[in-house]
Design a protein around this ligand. Sequence first.
Ligand code: HEC
Ligand code: HEC
Ligand code: HEC
Ligand code: HEC
Ligand code: HEC
Ligand code: HEC
Length: 440
Amino acid sequence: MISCKKRAKYTFLLPFLLLFFVVSSAFAQAPEQSQTGTAGVTPGAEAPAAGGGGGADAALIENGQTLFKNNCTQCHSVGTDVVVGPGLRDVHKRRSEAWLIKWIKNSSALIQSGDKDAVAVFNEYSKQQMPSFAFSDDELKSIIAYIESASAAPENVQSAPSAGPEGAKAGENVGTDALGSVGGYVDLLLVVLVVVLIVLVITLLIIASVLKNYLKGKEDLTGAEQEMLERRTNFANIYKSKAVRVIVGLIVVVVLVDISIDKVMGVGIQQGYAPRQPIAFSHKLHAGDHQINCNYCHTSVYKSASANIPSANICMNCHSQIKKESAEIQKIYRAIENNKPIEWVRVHNLPDLAYFNHSQHTKVGGVECQTCHGPIETMEVVGQYSPLTMGWCIDCHRNTPLNTEGNAYYDNLVKLHEKQSKGAFVVASQGGTECSKCHY
Ligand code: HEC
Ligand code: HEC
Ligand code: HEC
Ligand code: HEC
Ligand code: HEC
Ligand code: HEC
């Protein structure tokens, strides 16, 4: 009996070994996948590349997809949402092929030539420069073919986690999508565990029946052994098995972790929150129509962690003269007379446990206000444009290349990175996804 038990024990090891290999290889792939995966080209996008091409050559589309992934996804999705540049869904419908080719080759030349569309899109994206690409016309046509085929697929298949204000649902998606890379592996782990469990049960049953048959052939059985043989399969014994208990325990833990990750990613989302302010101050009027610089009022935004809300004195630089008679402006006067600050309602509010630094992003990183806050200069009332979830922060860190040009500090790091990894040198490559960077 004892030796039989031992054999059964060794057979247990087999599925565990399998589990170990599958899980470890899954985690080894994680960072690689998330870099390309979250930038808008989810695995689903491959389907339209192969199928929905509307007659276009599949090889051409695939070639275009590769070029797009390697050169464009850090700034563009093939959906409708803005990453750094506009979402490129259906761009072939709003621009001619000749225009697109000129634009991608050298957008600044096209802008300088005074092309109306080029100037308009350049201004719309707050004059950010898109890099030039020395592609052949054929390569460019393949990229366009890819965008065309991806546009034909349903939107939610390929759109990147949205940072747009459209629809409160976007917030929820961001939560789960962005950590999708983690959540996805947790799900995978779950499936693997279930499969292993089934394999285990089957193995046990086979072993049991083999043992029974073996014992039946023997003649000199003791009473206990005889009893064992005659007992029917007892399910209570299965529960008593240590291995089964461990695995069931693991599954419970994994499910709990999965649920709590989803919860964490959804904490405190208030995308679209646009409270009424005590004075009808309009960013559209000031930052848009009158083109007052953001840091004329938010003076600390390039210098320190937080962006300040301007004091009434800053308003008075102009409003001691302008629109004095307006009832809204009178409110500013009253605040100053009473020596009471204007009680602006706070729109953005990260929980205390998260640390965010404006100057790190605006000055060092060169990220535009609008990338995170949306087109503030068009807003009568400021609303929270981005979800401000952890997933949102991390997603951008995974997809945004670090601005290393002319910065000697990065030269060696970039070289080292290129040796070790194929992916772009992004914020995450420099530890931008380490917990301690954002949590005290
Ligand atoms: C570093 C970021 C960045 C990269 C990389 C980038 N773009 Fe852009 N792209 C932009 C920005 C920003 C705009 C908006 C216009 C502007 O501000 O110049 C834009 C605009 C465009 C437009 C015009 C969209 C419209 O609505 O008219 C097209 C087309 C485009 N990009 C295609 C591409 C392709 C194809 C690639 C890859 C080969 C690419 N871009 C790579 C940032 C980028
Ligand atoms: C003339 C002064 C002025 C200018 C210029 C200005 N702002 Fe503001 N901003 C304010 C005031 C006052 C508030 C608080 C009232 C409100 O939320 O509308 C504010 C609020 C904000 C908020 C919300 C703060 C919160 O409570 O979370 C953001 C984000 C913001 N501004 C961004 C910008 C950006 C980006 C620009 C440039 C495109 C800009 N502002 C230009 C005065 C200004
Ligand atoms: C650099 C100049 C400047 C600063 C600073 C400035 N404003 Fe203004 N503001 C203007 C101009 C210009 C107008 C438009 C006047 C017009 O329509 O004739 C305006 C209009 C307004 C109006 C609309 C008044 C009405 O009844 O039409 C309000 C309200 C207002 N500002 C509030 C503020 C507040 C609050 C601040 C400080 C946070 C501020 N402004 C700072 C230039 C400024
Ligand atoms: C639109 C893209 C974007 C978003 C969104 C974003 N970041 Fe960043 N972040 C950057 C870039 C780019 C840098 C690199 C700046 C530099 O060159 O050092 C950076 C750097 C950082 C760093 C310093 C990392 C280091 O290695 O020293 C911290 C901390 C950080 N971000 C926190 C946050 C937090 C917290 C949020 C969300 C509330 C957030 N970021 C959202 C683009 C982004
Ligand atoms: C990388 C994303 C990002 C960029 C770029 C960015 N902000 Fe913010 N901004 C945030 C986040 C996140 C908060 C909330 C911070 C908090 O609650 O601690 C915020 C809050 C603010 C606030 C409210 C006051 C505060 O500091 O909490 C103002 C005003 C503001 N931003 C203005 C600006 C202006 C102006 C620019 C451009 C010069 C800008 N932001 C660029 C992410 C960004
Ligand atoms: C790039 C910045 C960033 C990094 C890196 C980061 N976090 Fe966060 N984290 C945040 C922000 C921002 C929030 C607040 C999100 C919200 O309110 O929805 C947050 C929220 C959380 C919460 C939720 C707390 C609550 O309110 O219930 C937990 C837990 C957490 N993070 C753990 C981690 C762990 C563990 C890591 C490392 C694996 C990590 N974070 C890495 C930015 C970051």
